[in-house]
Ligand binder design. Structure first.
Ligand code: P1T
Length: 394
């Protein structure tokens, strides 16, 4: 097929407009026919050809490209300051497509020893039987990551920063150097920080991964994933695999994520404000044994996070001083914080990683503490959030 213009960063990336301007204007010019300011949801599977092979704008079939998805892909690229973006049906679909585009059976990858449970399950239960070997390493320890690399065999060094759910911080610049020295690519899952707080491609990363289900979509109404890259050859490989595997974002899902991204900057500022207030409240509470947040000066990754993140994000984890049952009870008692998996939406969520999002890592090196509670701090009235936590802690 002839390549559609899909996924190339739009003009607002090239002219280096501000983040908010790119979020609102990249990927779409008002429609020349109608003046539509917002991209329509192109609910079409196929496109009329003007004679065989005469594609209009490169559109042939909606697995290959769809104009609503193109608008999202261009926006993702523009926000990450990459050359090209790709949108998928979920974060895990984006991850799997990336792995298959960059690795072959017999290769090796380094993955975090603290990561989303579903990401670990993908490597352990799907990619490993396919023939891809992995070693886990703590992202906060650059030397440990370097030691886990097998030069000549390691294709990817995979990073989450901050990690899910323990909020470990990896030094993107240092890890990019370590990966590149060994001929590997540095992949950064930027879901927790969002494109607004951190732009890994500008720090040397080769690929950015998002679960757009989270802050990008921002309203807990869509499941999606995205990739952004700088290198044109890698982009071509990803485009080929995206089309060949076919785990693409549908038009309506693309539209929802695109709409979410337009307000990402203002939402993230409020998420950060509210998270800071929650941290201050929990820090002073004897029912809490430990508050984990990269914005705390005592957090081991605070200095690195201060360098590579604009602010410290909306996720706060804490350990209940009275153990696992007390942590479970707190999750059950919360009212304004909804007991649910996922994160990054406007509403506050509370969950028990050990029994919920990270149940699939039980018994592995990624197992999380049983007394751990994870909060996705939303943008509600902050006093209501603090009062709810106060009653939930018991
Ligand atoms: O759920 P999905 O859109 O497929 O994205 C997977 C994923 C990838 N990376 C990170 C850092 C994630 O947090 C996730 C999904 N996480 C949750 C559902 C959760 O509650 O932690």
């Amino acid at each position: 097929m002839s390549e559609p213009s899909s996924g190339q960063a739009g003009g607002h990336q090239q002219d280096k407009a501000g983040f908010e301007t790119r979020a609102i204007h990249a990927g779409w010019e008002p429609d020349p026919t109608t003046g539509a300011v917002i991209p329509p949801i192109f609910t079409t599977s196929t496109y009329k050809q003007d004679g065989v092979g005469g594609l209009r704008g490169g559109y042939e079939y909606s697995r290959s490209a769809n104009p609503t998805r193109t608008a999202l892909e261009q926006t993702v690229a523009a926000l990450e300051l990459g050359e090209r973006g790709f949108a998928f049906a979920s974060g895990l679909a984006a991850e799997d497509t990336l792995v298959r585009a960059t690795c072959t059976p017999g290769d090796h990858v380094v993955i975090p020893d603290d990561a989303y449970g579903g990401t670990f399950r993908l490597f352990d239960k799907v990619e490993k039987p396919w023939g891809l070997d992995y070693t886990t390493a703590p992202v906060a320890d650059t030397e440990a990551v370097a030691a886990a690399i097998e030069p000549g065999r390691t294709r990817l060094v995979w990073l989450e920063t901050p990690t899910n759910p323990l909020l470990g911080v990896g030094d993107i610049e240092a890890l990019a150097a370590v990966a590149h020295d060994a001929g590997a690519l540095l992949v950064v899952d930027n879901t927790f920080a969002s494109s607004y707080l951190q732009q890994p491609l500008t720090l040397g990363a080769d690929v950015v991964v998002h679960s757009t289900t989270k802050y990008a979509g921002g309203h807990s109404d869509v499941v999606g994933g995205a990739l952004a890259v700088r290198d044109a050859d890698l982009a071509e490989r990803l485009a080929f695999h995206q089309n060949s595997i076919g785990a693409v974002a549908g038009a309506f899902d693309s539209w929802l994520v695109l709409r979410g991204l337009k307000t990402l900057a203002v939402r993230m500022e409020r998420h950060c404000d509210n998270a800071e207030a929650v941290v201050a409240f929990l820090e002073g509470d004897p029912r809490v044994a430990e508050v984990i947040y990269p914005g705390l000066a005592a957090h081991p990754g605070h200095e690195v996070a201060s360098r590579q993140m604009k602010r410290f994000g909306g996720i706060v984890s804490f350990r209940h001083a009275s153990g696992e049952q007390a942590a479970l009870d707190a999750c059950g008692r919360a009212e304004v914080f909804t007991l649910a998996e996922s994160l990054g939406g406007i509403e506050s969520l509370i969950e028990h990683p050990g029994r919920m999002t990270h149940a699939s890592v039980a018994g592995t090196s990624l197992e999380v503490p049983a007394d751990l509670v994870r909060l996705s701090v939303g943008i509600e009235t902050v006093d209501d959030l603090l009062a709810d936590l106060d009653q939930a802690l018991g």
